[in-house]
Design a binder for this molecule. Sequence first.
Ligand code: AKG
Ligand code: FE2
Length: 413
Amino acid sequence: MNDTIENLAAKEAALTVELLNVRRALAAARGIPLSTAELKSNRSYAFDATGPQNEVVLGCADALARYGFCVVDNVIPHDEIVALREEAEQAEIHVEGNARAVREAVKAGTPIERLVGRKGYELRPVRRVGRPPKLVNDIVWLPRYAKHLAHPTLTAVAKRVLDDHLKIAQLHLRPIAANATDGTPGGFGRAQFRGRKDTREWHTDWPHDLSAYGGGRADLNAGCIRQPFPDVAMCLVMIWYLTDVDEDSAGTFVVPGSHRDPRNPRGPDDDISVTSPVPGDMQVTAKAGSVFIQDSRCWHASAMHNNSGYKRVAIVNRWCPWWVSVDDYAPEGSFNTVCRPLDQSEFDTLPDALKPYLRHVCPTEADSLQQPVLDRAQAAAERNQWGFRFLADHPDEVAEGNKNIRVDIRAET
Ligand SMILES: O=C(O)CCC(=O)C(=O)O
Ligand SMILES: [Fe+2]
């Protein structure tokens, strides 16, 4: 019976290989793709919003755990897409114009606090006392989109994966230019690097964005989880495509399964080039009106080429559970996209379904934990009280009360 450590280790290794093979066979039998090529062509990362909600939610949660991303098709009704796209195009002009005006005024020497309330500058006070104002939340220019943002299936996915009380930590547009008539190539990022299909801009997103928006600058660094990342989903990034996307029209690049890899494209010790393709990477394919959802740990990139002839129009939001400190750092980050604020009247005009997720960005709106979080705390408090009632009522049985509870201290390996 008393096997040697060597024999036991050899048995463990053999069983591990067998287990892996059985799992692969099981995955294949269940229709789960084993290669990126298969995943790309069968789109088993995608689910139809018009299907039964519980199935869509389970499918998305499973895809997020397995691949690090999923797509929900048909979130926006077809007859709304053009209007939302036009609204986003107009919003882009407002957002950029506002940021430019504020930047120029600050550069010319006006303290940013003095621009609040001045015509031509849309700045709002933030919740944290002593912090400078920030650019207003982009949602003020997207009232039509606001009606769709708290989509019941998407919020159910986010609640299942993250927690019951959610915050929209960031919301912004992410257009990707088409080829311009002056010869400037389409794509994301600096014009000099655009146009090539064989280059990338790999990163993971906040709070797993290793350079944390500010690098070594204490005034701009928004914080980042330390490597290796714990295996916990802390943020879901939702990209609402308002144009069709594929390999020619700026579908998001992803590396399936990368959310669980201890390395990171920007990891100082990980020997990865952020600008080179990664074997097994792929671009998402989706119709306008679909929403791409990814775990913030998934390695991904905006396409640096766009040969479709049209600009990609998309809106990004980052959803976090209540326990992620979405707005504590980057004390001078007036221009970043973190928790851009709303004033009370702007908050009041949001659709009721959206309010719980943006309450935290309105400084005059009271913010507290939401009902499901309270319910589970109440259940825990009652369970705690039960233990003390048990002690009071059955003092002779207490010592034996947990005799069936076993906690295993043996290490996995
Ligand atoms: O443009 C895309 O498809 C990806 C955008 C992205 O990476 C981001 O906003 O964090
Ligand atoms: Fe990103």
